[in-house]
Design a protein around this ligand. Structure first.
Ligand code: ADE
Length: 246
């Protein structure tokens, strides 16, 4: 039977998506709570991954191996690396890499040791569906967020873009870090802490996946300033809004 896995890097996202579930049961493995139920009539397992590559790897492995989900959708926030991105924009992964993976001179930079993998490709159909859902959600943003909230976070005309995402176990909050990442892989749109770890494991298990990220900050000195407020005031609406359009 077809089953979807949804992972969220923010508990606020997972809680808001969970409100749309029916027939809920929950189980805990490895300190993660897995919610099984139906989302728009489809069997779905939802879980909060926590942060970082190891946390995400542990969680996605349980979704694949224990729950046997047939595809995986990862939702979270990211810092913008591209100058064209603003807070409130949505980035859909077409490729992901681990910017902190570097086993040179044994392997190439970013290459996963003992494999030929460096850039992980998302599933094209999932990318198309996610892009469509995110675009539908964004089109009604003025009904979803109050003018006050939009002004507070400078969410003016949010957009949906598809492209490259960098993953690593660092919260990027200094211009020097941001610059180094941009030099490393110039066409990278955004940086986060889980996506390419999930991608690596989905690749190992041959499971289609996609990563959706809302830009929460610009990955510079201002990154931490409004982060928590954005997460609590805006992110739950994005998460449930996008999933409802799927
Ligand atoms: N997730 C959201 N913002 C981020 C940042 N600046 N660095 C890494 N992960 C993030």
């Amino acid at each position: 039977k077809f089953k979807i896995g949804i992972m969220g890097a923010m508990n606020e996202e997972v809680k808001s998506i969970r409100e749309n579930f029916t027939d809920i049961t929950t189980e805990t493995f490895g300190k993660r709570e897995y919610t099984t139920g139906k989302l728009q009539g489809i069997d779905t397992v939802l879980v909060f991954s926590r942060w970082g590559k190891v946390a995400a790897a542990s969680t996605v492995t349980t979704l694949l191996h224990h729950y046997k989900v047939n595809c995986l959708i990862f939702i979270g926030v990211a810092g913008a690396l591209s100058q064209d991105l603003n807070v409130g924009d949505i980035v859909i992964s077409d490729q992901l890499f681990q910017h902190d993976m570097d086993a040179r001179p044994l392997c190439e930079k970013h290459q996963i040791p003992l494999t030929n993998d460096r850039l992980f490709k998302s599933n094209e159909t999932l990318v198309q569906n996610a892009t469509k859902s995110a675009a539908l959600f964004i089109a009604s943003i003025n009904q979803t967020l109050s003018a006050i909230t939009r002004e507070k976070f400078s969410i003016i005309a949010p957009k949906v873009v598809t492209g490259k995402i960098a993953t690593g176990d660092t919260f990027i909050h200094q211009s020097s870090q941001k610059l180094a990442l941009k030099n490393d892989m110039p066409d990278t749109l955004a940086v986060e802490m889980e996506g390419a770890a999930v991608a690596q494991i989905c690749h190992d298990y041959d499971i289609p996946f996609v990563v959706l990220r809302t830009i929460s900050d610009k990955a510079d000195h201002s990154a931490a300033i409004d982060f928590q407020a954005f997460i609590s005031e805006v992110i739950p609406k994005y998460a449930s809004g996008i999933v409802n359009e799927m």
